[in-house]
Design a protein around this ligand. Structure first.
Ligand code: SF4
Ligand code: SF4
Length: 116
């Protein structure tokens, strides 16, 4: 498994509702296994977060995850792929953020993951 996959499978903060409330599916995109699909009044499909495909070991349909999931790269993942941070350092950031709550967690999500 690549360092990026290892980080993302240990993280899941862009799947559990910490960063987003939903992940869009393209009109012609098949529904991934395990994920619960919802539809807007205009017919657009999306995965509600926390995503039902997210389990204790990360995304349960990682190899078949939607394009929106594949395409998203948070600040921490960008730093990892640019060798600005090591995998152990990135995993430590994830652990720290998951242990936080309230304003401290919100600030960490903005600083490390780019949450808006
Ligand atoms: S928030 Fe970043 S590191 Fe975490 S799973 Fe999403 S892309 Fe990967
Ligand atoms: S399908 Fe997988 S990668 Fe996409 S939001 Fe759900 S758990 Fe995350």
């Amino acid at each position: 498994m690549s360092d990026a996959s290892t980080l993302c499978q240990a993280c899941g903060l862009c799947c559990d509702g910490s960063l987003f409330s939903r992940a869009p599916l393209r009109p012609d995109e098949p529904a991934p296994p395990l994920a619960t699909i919802s539809t807007t009044v205009y017919g657009a499909r999306y995965l509600t977060q926390p995503c039902s495909a997210l389990g204790p070991s990360g995304c349960g349909c990682y190899a078949q995850r939607p394009l929106a999931c594949r395409g998203f790269e948070c600040l921490l993942l960008t730093a990892l792929t640019a060798d600005e941070v090591s995998l152990p350092e990135a995993l430590a950031v994830v652990d720290r953020v998951k242990s936080q709550s309230g304003p401290e967690r919100a600030e960490s999500l903005r600083f490390h993951f780019g949450r808006r």
